[in-house]
Design a protein around this ligand. Structure first.
Ligand code: GRF
Length: 218
């Protein structure tokens, strides 16, 4: 029987902690979406075991078997469509998607990136944030467009960069924020409170306009 919730397919390549955060959030009766399948391009992705234990359908589409990115994306697309999703969440999915794929899911394809975009697109974001000496770092949920890490931003969370931070300690602080931000941002999109207007995501209900995170604390 249908739950009446929007259907979400999550794409992973590894650990899957963000996928697990989405699954946990979606267990709440008042959460507007449910994770119906988890698909990985890597057969040994640890997140697949978690999803299976949670009773969620899993599938593997190994990228190695395909001659081109287009062929892989076509197979991935066919697998995804079996689950008739309303939204697709990328959660540590380490493959570049072709423009054809991202355009065909425009507005429905979401990613979480471990930096405050547009700073630090791409890989090794925590190392690069430390190198740059920023005092605030964080994560961004955005809609996926053909340009890497450049689609309209839905929500962001900032964390302080502390003296003595390593990429690992900073990454762990960001990851904790990711686990809260991703389910919240997905809910905003699913419920229609976040809407795409002229290339920017507009959110109906503004957050506390006086809230600010200072680092160092004032
Ligand atoms: C997260 O930091 C996410 O922002 C990035 O890849 C990492 C995936 O971690 N895209 P996990 O697999 O969700 O634990």
């Amino acid at each position: 029987m249908s739950s009446g919730k929007d259907r979400v397919v999550v794409l992973i390549s590894g650990r899957g902690s963000n996928m697990a955060a989405l699954v946990e959030a979606s267990r709440a009766a008042d959460y507007p979406a449910e994770v119906v399948a988890v698909i990985s391009n890597k057969p040994d992705a640890a997140g697949l075991d978690y999803a299976a234990r949670e009773g969620i359908a899993t599938a593997v589409v190994p990228h190695k078997g395909f001659a081109s990115r287009e062929a892989f994306d076509a197979a991935l697309d066919a697998e995804i469509r079996k689950y008739a999703p309303d939204f697709i969440c990328l959660a540590g999915f380490m493959r570049l998607l072709t423009p054809g794929f991202s355009e065909s899911w425009a507005g429905k394809l979401i990613n979480i990136h471990p930096s405050l975009l547009p700073s630090f697109k791409g890989l090794d974001t925590h190392e690069r944030a430390l190198e740059a000496g920023v005092k605030l770092h964080g994560c961004t949920v955005h809609l996926v467009t053909p340009d890497l890490d450049s689609g309209p931003m839905v929500a962001q969370a900032a964390v302080p960069v502390l003296a003595g931070d390593t990429p690992e300690s900073l990454g762990a602080r960001v990851l904790k924020a990711e686990h809260k931000l991703y389910p919240a941002a997905l809910a905003l999109l699913v419920s229609g409170r976040a809407r795409l207007v002229d290339g920017h995501v507009i959110i109906e209900q503004a957050a506390d306009a006086s809230a600010a995170l200072f680092n160092p604390a004032l």
